[in-house]
Ligand binder design. Structure first.
Ligand SMILES: *Cc1c(COP(=O)(O)O)cnc(C)c1O
Length: 349
């Protein structure tokens, strides 16, 4: 079988959640952000493992993700929707017991008219200018909205992965000014915010990427291994080129392995000629262009042709690969395609 294997260590995800839970100040609830199919790793298995580890509140981007998550978790855990309450969401929010994080007065009105008395939170914009009500708007409507009893006031940091960025402190002060004295539970920190320290933790933290072993959670347990089967190997002579557009030419006789996996699987074309694959502890450079389904690798220095080569593993993390591709770990993870055979590792620890 030429299908590559993506191994996802659910024990490592659980361990990362517990570590971030310990890093959150005492008395602070640690939620889990599992939007975009749990950052590409599969929401059903990942969310169940997190619930088992102790997570009681989950965040997703849109109501449809919330519906899939409710299916996976059953009744009980709280499911919060970051896009709030959009037209057409009412029935899902009601029937599946979802909690929308409302972003505008329009959304507040929709919620209170359609689902009076049901739980909701409010998202405030403190300087990122992406989602949530801005200071002036909030000031005008806060008395009315607070009267309706939001269960959470939240905001999001734009630069939390850079502890020295001046906007962190500014957003913190703005958040305090907008929420002090309301008596409503508050949340400001995602993974980066947790690491900025207790002043950022408030009542609830919302880690995502850290659960999956990504930067800026440096001490995370490694979660993914991606192993690509070798389909064929061949000797190329000095002067012969490999792959589309002949971007790599052998300087000497070389052994080239062709592995199954390409940009259609999220192994970005920008990795061409730059990424490294691994035969155990031995690095093997990618040569030529990454194509849709295939990558070519120089294995001249290996004694035998391996059955598979790893592109994600102990020697090359999601963040390492992101660095080579000129992107971030979040994008590598969420781009991992649907052709892999996903293997979940659980119950080992
Ligand atoms: C994605 C997201 C998170 C999680 O962020 P990470 O950096 O992955 O920890 C938390 N809150 C909001 C509003 C988000 O959009």
């Amino acid at each position: 079988m030429a299908t590559a294997t993506l191994s996802i260590d659910l024990d490592a995800i659980a361990a990362n959640w517990r570590a971030l839970d310990r890093a959150s100040s005492s008395g602070v609830q640690t939620a889990a952000v599992v939007k975009a199919d749990a950052y590409g790793l599969g929401i059903t298995r990942v969310a169940r493992a997190l619930a088992q580890a102790g997570a009681r509140r989950f965040f997703v981007a849109v109501a449809e993700e919330g519906a899939a998550l409710r299916q996976a978790l059953g009744p009980g855990p709280q499911i919060c929707i970051l896009s709030g309450h959009m037209a057409g969401d009412t029935e899902m929010i009601h029937d599946l017991d979802l909690t929308p994080m409302l972003n505008s007065l329009d959304q507040v009105t929709r919620q209170l008219e359609a689902l009076p008395g049901l739980p909701f939170g409010i998202q405030l914009d403190t300087g990122m200018n992406r989602l949530g009500m801005e200071e002036a708007e909030w000031e005008a409507v806060a008395p009315f909205v607070l009267e309706a009893g939001p269960e959470l006031l939240m905001s999001h940091l734009a630069c939390a992965d850079d502890p020295d960025h001046a906007l962190n402190q500014l957003q913190l002060e703005t958040f305090l000014a907008m929420t002090d004295g309301t008596g409503v539970p508050r949340s400001l920190a995602a993974t980066g915010g947790i690491l900025l320290g207790p002043r950022y933790h408030f009542d609830l933290t919302r880690p995502g990427i850290g659960l999956f072993g990504g930067y800026p959670f440096e001490n995370a347990a490694r979660v993914v291994t991606l192993s690509l089967p070798v389909i064929q190997s061949r000797i190329v002579q000095a002067g012969e080129a490999v792959g589309y557009s002949c971007t790599w030419t052998a300087e000497e006789e070389s052994m080239i392995a062709t592995v199954s996996g390409g940009y259609a699987d999220g192994l970005l074309r920008s990795l061409s000629g730059k990424a490294i694959l691994w035969d155990g502890d031995t690095p093997c450079p990618v040569v030529g262009r990454v194509s849709m389904d295939l990558i070519t690798v120089d294995i001249s220095h290996l004694k035998t042709v391996p059955r598979r080569l790893d592109i994600l593993g102990p020697h090359q993390t999601v963040d390492d690969l992101a660095e080579i591709a000129g992107t971030i770990g979040y994008e590598i993870l969420t781009s991992l395609g649907h052709r892999y055979s996903r293997r979940y590792i659980e119950g080992v620890a």
